[in-house]
Design a protein around this ligand. Structure first.
Ligand SMILES: [Zn+2]
Length: 278
């Protein structure tokens, strides 16, 4: 599933090809994604793309008429096809290539989504839309810090892993990054949020920022892959300490990594580095 760093990488990857350009048309081959694709997208010929940015795991293409809001869902990806270089008329359209946004210069933003859980929606202003109303702060913003985590976690009996994956607490911390951050902070994923100390909250907020930043930096190295014959970006390989490593030795202490279902999601942790307090 694309997580925040992949969405951020997508924003940075597609922006140079699209910002400042005019939309020629948007071709929609499949309207049934997670939600029905907004009909307004059929009427955007002539709209100018002003900027492209990310909020949580949404990617917003802001035009002079309003906002196209994309979500990559479980399996969505974006690619750029450049007519001048790749002659898209000769590029076969794949089975899962559901949407093409074409500029007047012939550049195509192609959306591929095998599982169709993504979204292409239209809002006059994404930031005031109901989609964004209940979102917590961005993890890389100053508003997200130890104080914020400490304040919100009081009287919360939910496991800390679910707590940090809650979009109302902080956006964009998915299953992989929650597991990795808790390992680096030395906190057991099943610890009740209310039992976090102030110090642990500060540590956890700092680690979440550094883990995500590191992934975004790694993602940056794959930006050249945004122009590919198949239009798919090459997602970067994560260096994972615990996620998906059940039964393998911990890189810090050699103890075997364990896995446990917490809040219906598989959680990976080192039982020695991430002890529950007695
Ligand atoms: Zn360990």
């Amino acid at each position: 599933m694309p997580e925040l760093p992949e969405v951020e990488t997508s924003v940075r990857g597609i922006s140079p090809y699209l910002v400042g350009e005019e939309i020629a048309h948007i071709t929609i081959r499949q309207r049934q994604l997670r939600w029905r694709v907004s009909d307004e997208l059929d009427t955007l010929a002539g709209a100018k793309i002003l900027t492209i940015f990310r909020r949580a795991k949404y990617l917003i293409i802001r035009t002079n008429r309003g906002d196209i809001v994309l979500h990559l869902g479980m399996s969505g990806s974006l690619g750029i096809l450049n007519q001048a270089q790749n002659q898209p008329q000769n590029q076969p359209i794949g089975k899962h290539d559901h949407i093409d946004l074409q500029t007047t210069k012939g550049t195509i933003l192609r959306y591929n989504d095998p599982r169709k859980f993504g979204a292409w929606l239209w809002f006059e202003n994404a930031e005031t839309s109901p989609l964004f109303a209940k979102l917590g702060p961005e993890p890389l913003s100053e508003a997200f810090n130890g104080e914020h985590l400490f304040k919100l976690s009081r009287h919360k009996t939910v496991a800390v892993k679910n707590f940090v994956m809650n979009n109302a607490v902080v956006v964009g911390v998915g299953n992989i990054y929650a597991s990795e951050s808790l390992f680096q902070a030395g906190i057991h994923p099943d610890l009740a949020a209310q039992n976090l100390t102030k110090k642990q909250c500060e540590r956890l907020a700092g680690v979440i920022k550094s883990v995500l930043t590191q992934s975004i930096i790694q993602g940056g190295t794959t930006l050249k892959d945004f122009i590919q014959p198949d239009g798919k970006p090459g997602y970067f390989a994560q260096v994972l300490q615990v996620y998906g490593r059940k039964g393998e030795p911990c890189n810090a202490c050699g103890t075997l990594i364990e896995a446990k279902i917490i809040g219906q999601r598989n959680s990976f942790y080192c039982p020695k580095c991430q002890k529950l307090p007695r």
